[in-house]
Design a protein around this ligand. Structure first.
Ligand SMILES: CC(C)(COP(=O)(O)OP(=O)(O)OC[C@H]1O[C@@H](n2cnc3c(N)ncnc32)[C@H](O)[C@@H]1OP(=O)(O)O)[C@@H](O)C(=O)NCCC(=O)NCCS
Length: 185
């Protein structure tokens, strides 16, 4: 795994149709709070809204110059220097660990480039992949909202995670070694 093969860049208007097809796929939709099929018009309205943020909050993750995933920062709270994040890989034909690279780059972006202090995350308790993913990246479980989100007629539990800038910086070297191997960094 080579770090140079990956990039995280702001979303552009020309990404919209591709992102919508990822977001509307069963694989992604089944893990999102809102899971109706999003129309292109609704999607464009979302893009107009997020484009007005003070810094790029929606980022496209690329592998070998090919867009393969999305990270977004939401609930930006500049008073307390914290935000939430959301994400998905749109492509499934990727080297193992690509999702972790996307997470690492996104945390570098929000903590090191933008100086945030805390990133919060929420996942369905049944989303074991996402729970393992957050733990792998150094997030700590902070709690649970019981029977909180209605999904396909069932009230589902939500797991809450937090990641702090100081803890991130302290653990980053180890994470990089785990993701890229000893020799790459
Ligand atoms: C959540 C998501 C981005 C995670 O992606 P991912 O592919 O699991 O993440 P990674 O690429 O980091 O890890 C994949 C596997 O490779 C392993 N791996 C990680 N780094 C590795 C490396 N350097 N070398 C080899 N394997 C590695 C991981 O341990 C993991 O194994 P596991 O599935 O047995 O746990 C992806 O599953 C997804 O898009 N899900 C749908 C949307 C979603 O749930 N979003 C989150 C809502 S809260």
């Amino acid at each position: 795994m080579r770090r140079d093969d990956f990039e995280l860049r702001p979303i552009m208007e020309s990404d919209l149709e591709m992102v919508l097809s990822w977001r509307n796929s069963e694989r992604v939709r089944s893990y999102m709070y809102t899971d109706h099929l999003i129309s292109l018009q609704e999607h464009r309205a979302w893009f107009e809204r997020v484009s007005k943020e003070a810094f790029p909050t929606v980022l496209i993750f690329e592998y070998m110059g090919r867009p393969v995933g999305l990270k977004s920062f939401t609930q930006i709270d500049t008073r307390n220097n914290r935000c939430h994040w959301g994400f998905y890989l749109g492509d499934t034909e990727l080297p193992r660990g690509s999702g972790s690279v996307m997470g690492l780059m996104a945390l570098e972006f929000i903590f090191e480039e933008h100086g945030f202090h805390k990133v919060c995350a929420e996942a369905f308790a049944f989303n074991e992949g996402s729970i393992k993913y957050h733990e792998r990246l150094g997030f700590v479980k902070e709690g649970c909202f019981a029977r909180h989100v209605l999904k396909n007629g069932i009230y589902q539990d939500i797991v809450l995670f937090g990641c702090f800038k100081d803890e991130w910086l302290a653990g980053k070297d180890r994470l990089e070694k785990r993701i890229f191997g000893q020799g790459d960094e």
